[in-house]
Design a protein around this ligand. Structure first.
Ligand code: ZN
Length: 206
């Protein structure tokens, strides 16, 4: 027992002998590369690194953007409708739904693209999330404006889609304040973060 212990850990004054985490060969000082918390021999490190880079690159290659767009729009619509429903019912602009819009648009894009991540998917998610956010604000304001118009006995109603670009801008700008910019930032951040390509740590000095 004690003998096998000392066999597997040949601890000498000269220093412990390390073994490659991949091929188990004893490592010399010149043939040791530390990656993460493990040690590898030079040739294992090079081939593992190449393999890893191939996998990461394939995650961003051959992205089906039309399909990703469908997923992003579905997510954005669900998030916008949730915000509209909640806000119209409670009269509280609940910031969590800003997270939901960015989150759902980002995950929609990634899922519908088959788990891919890329800069293009980030741009797509951000664009869709921003449009969804605009729609959500429009729908919420439309609801309150129409309610006010009805109580004043006015016949005009703000419609969806908006009757004109001018009306769209005027409706969205109603009560647009600091918190809306905060929500906007959250929407963009979530949509940016979720489809972000995986970044490998820098290559260990070889
Ligand atoms: Zn090795």
């Amino acid at each position: 027992m004690s003998e096998s212990m000392s066999d597997s850990t040949p601890d000498t004054a000269a220093g412990a002998v390390n073994y490659c985490a991949q091929c188990s060969k004893a490592l010399t000082a010149e043939d040791t590369i530390a990656a993460g918390d493990r040690l590898f021999c030079r040739s294992c490190y090079v081939s593992l690194r190449a393999e890893l880079e191939k996998v990461v690159a394939s995650m961003s290659a051959d992205v089906n953007y039309p399909q990703a767009a469908v997923g992003a729009v579905l997510g954005g619509v669900v998030g916008a409708l949730a915000w509209w429903g909640f806000t119209a019912l409670t009269h509280i602009a609940f910031g969590l739904f800003a997270v939901a819009i960015g989150f759902l648009a980002g995950h929609g894009a990634v899922r519908f693209a088959g788990g891919k991540r890329s800069g293009g998917l980030q741009a797509l998610s951000i664009a869709v999330a921003l449009l969804s956010y605009l729609c959500a604000i429009y729908l919420v304001n439309m609801t309150f404006i129409n309610k006010a118009l009805a109580t004043q006995g006015e016949a005009f109603r703000v419609g969806f889609p908006p009757q004109s670009l001018d009306l769209l801008i005027r409706v969205v700008r109603v009560d647009f304040g600091v918190m809306d910019f905060v929500f906007l930032a959250i929407v963009v951040y979530e949509a940016w973060k979720i489809p972000r390509p995986i970044a490998l740590p820098p290559e260990a000095a070889a």
